[in-house]
Design a binder for this molecule. Structure first.
Ligand code: SF4
Length: 306
């Protein structure tokens, strides 16, 4: 395989120009999608102080990076403060984020709490540590948000995380439930937002590579990766490879639910449903199977969401 440096100078310059154009397009797309999510769900308002949770992974770096770009050009004023929780996992390179954030000139706070030892102590060897670990982390982040006077807490979950959660809840939890783009925290005191809700994981990976974020590996805790999540993730990637646009269609579906065509009596009053004697202007489709468009042809663009 040819590396750009092996190509003849003219080609190399051409390839470089093409790469630059692609990265410029990607930057515009990321800013547009994050901006759309923020506006659509009213995630950030005038005067907000947004605490951006940084783990050292590609997604949270991308989140901070794009929010900084939007902050510079937004018609409203809001503050950003980056927060990392150092959980004292063995080998955690504690200098990486402070160095990166200092160089960037972003206000930040590193909270050091040894949740790793607590989790190791409480969970028997071989059992999954993630649920206790995330519960502890959540509590700490809410406290830090209070201390910093943050009005919003931003997390780096993206479109693919949301769709994985939807399928995991359907397959294993028996619920039609994904990850909300905006929610009130369990203690009722904070608003948590996911500005990357419309962004694909692929785009975030490419952006992280382009921006050369100093990624901190996420395997330091030694916890087994969630196998079911991995399998569902692989299934989604395979669908997207074979039918480009399918994941955006699924995300679109999450924004256009039809409770009368599901089976939840809490969402639609099936019990009280009676004939009204008034014809449905859409015509009698009651016994028809809905025609489905070919997902490999119909690509719903994120701008259609608005
Ligand atoms: S992977 Fe490790 S750090 Fe992440 S939630 Fe699970 S136990 Fe905690």
């Amino acid at each position: 395989m040819n590396h750009p440096q092996d190509l003849p100078p003219a080609r190399s310059a051409q390839a470089q120009a093409k790469h630059q154009r692609e990265m410029h397009k990607l930057e515009k797309r990321l800013c547009r999608l994050v901006g759309e999510a923020i506006v659509h769900y009213n995630m950030i308002e005038e005067g907000d102080k947004v605490m951006v949770c940084l783990s050292g992974g590609k997604d949270s770096y991308g989140l901070l990076d794009i929010l900084l770009k939007l902050q510079a050009r937004a018609p409203i004023r809001f503050e950003l403060v980056a927060v990392n929780l150092d959980q004292k996992q063995p080998g955690f390179p504690a200098h990486v984020l402070p160095n990166y954030l200092t160089e960037l000139g972003v206000p930040f706070h590193i909270e050091t709490q040894d949740t790793y030892s607590i989790v190791k102590d409480k969970i028997p060897e071989g059992k999954t540590m993630c649920s206790l670990c995330s519960r502890l982390r959540r509590g700490i982040l809410y406290r830090v948000a209070d201390e910093l006077g943050a009005t919003k807490i931003a997390l780096g979950h993206h479109r693919d995380d949301i769709l994985q959660t939807l399928l995991l809840n359907m397959f294993f939890g028996g619920k039609l439930k994904a990850m909300p783009p905006k929610l009130m925290s369990d203690d009722g005191r904070h608003v948590v937002i996911r500005p990357l809700a419309l962004v694909s994981e692929d785009d975030l990976s490419t952006w992280a590579e382009h921006r050369e974020f100093p990624i901190i590996p996420c395997t330091l805790c030694g916890s087994q990766d969630n196998l079911q999540r991995q399998q569902v993730g692989e299934m989604l990637r395979e669908w997207e490879r074979r039918h480009p646009g399918r994941l955006d269609n699924m995300l679109h579906a999450l924004q256009h639910t039809v409770p009368s065509h599901l089976m939840d009596s809490k969402q639609f009053d099936f019990v009280g449903l009676k004939a009204t004697g008034v014809a449905d202007p859409e015509g009698d489709k009651v016994f028809d199977v809905e025609p489905l468009s070919d997902p490999s042809v119909t690509v719903i663009r994120p701008q259609d969401f608005l």
